[in-house]
Design a protein around this ligand. Structure first.
Ligand code: ADP
Ligand code: MG
Length: 721
């Protein structure tokens, strides 16, 4: 069992020629299914994708046979179930298509049974106690909504990962449930406007930020290799102050890496589109065309794996950590999200008719209302030890969730708020339709004037969650967002129907009435100002918005009664599953902080103190020599050396003291049994030492000679050519 994808060997070498010719050449997609499947089997897969229906065993056998035939024709020898354990990465288990009998005959191993279900030995994946409780093993089961693909010589089959008793042990299962919930709820509401709508898909377009560093240099830094970020390091004389990296010329090495990566993405059907430099030196971004959310999540995970593989070939290391370097912007992964019907309508896109715009307003206002009600849960969905360093660091959105909608839409909502209650007069209706709803332009000006400090922004025809970490699995925020919107749309539908039936209102009157109430009651979540300012923090507190700065704080809401009710009602997670998830997240937080603490101790004692002492010795030798030559007259001549010696001693002592104190704090935290308390202890009693230790180490880096310093410097790490 390998954690972290990439399959055996490297991928197929990128081919020359036009990109589009190779697009999805390694994917068992619709075109290939038509080619390899009987009509009956094809229909059965299509139904499973559209309606979530089960695929019968007979059909599964046919699909497995077809997949195998295709995969072998492409040179594949193995297959694997590819899944997303709660660690956030991906995992897989490889099996050969054929086995040899002792007499040399080959027997076939890959049938419908292997396609639909497999039982990896999953005892080492985190499950938050579920597996223990049930003494159950984990099963992986095919997700037909995400097409199988070939990487290297392996057919990879995207799967869910569940316990024997059906509990989700992965990030994909709840996402699929949330997408199903939002499909049901949004379809019911969309049918107010268009009776022909039969399905609504959530769409996701992520924007992946990352750093590239030289692999050999990274190798010399235990903090980068073990923790994914630098725990010490003096800022380079030149950082991002010139802003000359953003949209600048991509350095040659990075460019060759990107070209290679994009070719592989094309073969695997990942529709990458844009690439550019980011604000910080060595920082880049890659974004695809948006896709159905489940597929987009799989593609993002696959991309991250591919990036690591391809980077290796180019002697580079990719850093996905949200804050790999102090004093330089970190990396995020904006999640652009919308809802789209099977009739081709983006439900969050303003239209050309009042009816289209009423539909737009319905989904727009309901999303705002959902985020207002469950803002704390959305914050929890992006919480992680590494993202804590970024949220609220005046480069990423704050830990307070608010929504930016721009001045034009604010005005529209203000006007709608003034609509009178109950039945509307014919004049009022005309006024509303023509001058309020009818006035919403198809292209919003604010779309170009984005508020970069907002964590949840409307950007013309979609919402954008900005706080997602670069390392994160988008499935987490996508599960929460789609769940809360599903819950909200269901409530909306019930309220509107009640007004139509009991108060005898017309449909559009009822919709206006409910929207007006939502606009009023969700006002506090809307904020167009500077999200980085201190005033906003105070104002947000006055509005009773949550401000959970750390992961242990943010995760608490997961098991609040309202959260449990939400997940149960929408069928996304049972109480047992949520409690298990909270446990896993807390454990992950503790482990990551613990690893960083250990690495930091090792760096201080194993590298920094010895280097400092070596330099001290060379200064002492120099002073002794000066004394020998100049006798008593050496004093004024060795003033600088003595001064440096004193500073070295001061920071050496500081680094040692703080490191020892940190180790003591870790021991106290480790002795705690309650996970919540332990996580809090790591956050409040251990973590603060990191900065203090770093302060002394960075001073030492400035004092000790370059020759003696054992770690690659920021200057070397940050400027690849
Ligand atoms: P930019 O932000 O560079 O101006 P766009 O506004 O077109 O570009 O899109 C930004 C990101 O939003 C892209 O990654 C794109 O895939 C994604 N996106 C665009 N429309 C949608 C949508 N309807 N649903 C989800 N994501 C979308
Ligand atoms: Mg963006």
């Amino acid at each position: 069992m390998q954690h972290h994808t990439p399959q055996s060997g490297s991928g197929t070498p990128p081919q020359a020629g036009r990109r589009s010719e190779h697009f999805a050449s390694h994917v068992f997609n619709e075109a290939r299914m038509l080619q390899y499947l009987t009509t009956e089997a094809y229909q059965s897969v299509k139904n499973a994708i559209f309606a979530g229906s089960k695929i019968e065993r007979k059909m599964a056998d046919q699909v497995a046979e077809a997949m195998k035939t295709w995969a072998i024709s492409m040179g594949a020898t193995h297959y694997t179930h590819w899944f997303q354990p709660l660690t956030g990465a991906t995992a897989e288990k490889h099996d050969a298509f054929f086995d040899l009998l002792p007499d040399g005959r080959a027997i076939e191993k890959f049938g419908g049974g292997q396609l639909v279900q497999q039982e990896p030995d999953a005892s080492s994946f985190p499950s938050g106690g579920i597996r223990n409780t049930f003494e159950a093993r984990g099963y992986t089961a095919w997700d037909p909504t995400s097409p199988a693909f070939i990487y290297g010589s392996t057919l990879c089959i995207p799967t869910v990962f569940v316990s024997y008793t059906g509990e989700a042990l992965d990030n994909k299962t709840p996402l699929l449930r949330a997408l199903h919930a939002v499909d049901q709820a949004a379809t019911a509401v969309a049918r107010y406007f268009d009776k022909t709508v039969a399905k609504v898909n959530a769409t996701l377009g992520w924007e992946q930020e990352y750093f590239l560093v030289d692999a050999a240099l990274a190798q010399s830094r235990p903090d980068l290799t073990l923790a994914g970020r630098t725990l010490v390091g003096q800022a380079a004389a030149k950082g991002q102050q010139l802003d000359d990296h953003y949209f600048g010329v991509i350095p040659g090495r990075a460019f060759r890496f990107m070209r290679d990566l994009e070719a592989e993405c094309m073969q695997l059907g990942i529709p990458v589109k844009t690439r550019h430099n980011e604000v910080a030196p060595n920082q880049f971004e890659l974004a695809p065309v948006f896709e159905e959310a489940n597929l987009a999540v799989d593609h993002n995970l696959l991309l991250m794996d591919l990036m690591e593989k391809v980077a290796e070939r180019h002697g580079l290391k990719v850093l996905f950590h949200e804050k790999p370097f102090a004093g330089i912007n970190g990396s995020g992964k904006h999640n652009n999200w919308s809802l789209s019907t099977d009739t081709g309508t983006n439900l969050l896109s303003p239209g050309s008719t009042p009816m289209k715009n009423l539909q737009f307003l319905t989904f727009f206002v309901n999303t705002i209302k959902a985020v207002d009600t469950y803002e704390e849960l959305l914050r929890a969905s992006i919480a992680s030890a590494s993202n804590d360093h970024r949220l609220g660091a005046n480069e990423a959105p704050p830990a307070i969730i608010s929504i930016f909608i721009g001045s034009q839409l604010t005005q529209v909502l203000d006007e709608l708020e003034g609509v009178s209650k109950g039945k509307l007069s014919p004049e009022e209706k005309t006024e509303l339709k023509l001058n309020v709803v009818g006035k919403i332009p198809e292209i919003l000006l604010d779309n170009t004037d984005r508020n970069r400090t907002s964590p949840f922004a409307f950007t013309g025809n979609k919402f954008e969650i900005r706080g997602v970490g670069a390392r994160a699995n988008c499935a987490k925020p996508m599960t929460v967002l789609n769940t809360i919107v599903a819950r909200q749309l269901t409530a909306f539908r019930e309220e509107v129907d009640a007004l139509i039936e009991k108060k005898k209102l017309k449909k559009d009157e009822a919709i206006f009435n409910v929207l007006r109430e939502y606009i009023k009651s969700s006002k506090r979540i809307r904020f167009d100002g500077d999200g980085y300012s201190d005033q906003w923090e105070k104002e947000a507190a006055r509005r009773k918005l949550s401000n959970n700065r750390s992961t242990p704080d943010a995760l608490k809401v997961l098991t609040a009664p309202e959260s449990l009710a939400l997940f149960a009602e929408t069928g996304v997670l049972t109480e047992k599953e949520i409690r298990a998830r909270q446990e896993v997240e807390l454990e992950t937080y503790i482990l990551q902080t613990q690893i960083e603490g250990r690495v930091l101790s090792e760096l201080v004692y194993g590298s920094i103190i010895p280097a400092t002492i070596a330099y001290q010795n060379s200064l002492l030798a120099n002073i002794r020599g000066m004394k020998e030559v100049y006798g008593a007259a050496h004093k004024p001549l060795t003033e600088a050396q003595l001064g440096i010696l004193e500073q070295l001693a001061e920071h050496l002592q500081g680094a040692r003291k703080k490191t020892d104190a940190m180790t003591e704090a870790r021991k106290r935290a480790n002795a705690m049994n309650d996970l919540g308390k332990k996580a809090r202890a790591y956050c409040e009693a251990v973590l603060p030492y990191f900065e203090e230790i770093r302060y002394h180490c960075d001073r030492l880096e400035r004092l000790v000679s370059e020759k003696e310093w054992p770690l690659a410097k920021y200057r070397e790490l940050l400027f690849i050519k």
